[in-house]
Write a protein of this length. Sequence first.
Length: 213
Amino acid sequence: MYIRWHGYSCFEFADDRNRVVFDPHDGKSIGVFAPTASARIVLCTHNSFDRNAFRVIKGNHKDVVCEFGVNVVNGFEFEGLPTFGDEKGGTLRGPNAIYTFRMDGISFAFCGCLGAMPADWVIDRLKGVDVIFVPVGERYTLCMEKVNEFLRRVGAKVVVPTDFRIGGITLPLSSIDDFMEGKDPADFIHVGNEIDLIADDITDFTGYWIFDR
């Protein structure tokens, strides 16, 4: 399978059956290039301008906004776990879906705009996931202390930080160095803009993948 980062929280996943884009932005609204991707399915974790720019993704795609429960779209099965975009039960910024799915025998969790610690039962559902994508920019998302607590509780094999500050971005985000602070630098691997992945690639790996654009 294939994973490509399109900046901020936008990622593209593809296997021989489906191509799925998560949390598309339009580029200009946040100061970076727009995604250049086509898809059959576009999933939005949180209904905000920086994650729901469906129009920029090419193709005849089915669009899903913050959908909870088990769903099947164009043969792609995923589950939306209910969380919030703020620490006041969603009263400030609304709900957020953590999407879980499998591709090529690998389990994924995509946290999107996670703004509060999930309920215990949600964390239990996430425990042992192979790869988790989690926001670390601290703008309307978990503060760094809670990010680290959340990741400790989930215990994913591979952590992919999202939403961090990059050149040109106009959002006031924390940097990847802020996330790396206090962690072993040897646990971080810079994978570039895209990666081809098979299940064997993570059999003996535990650590962090940093995507660059």
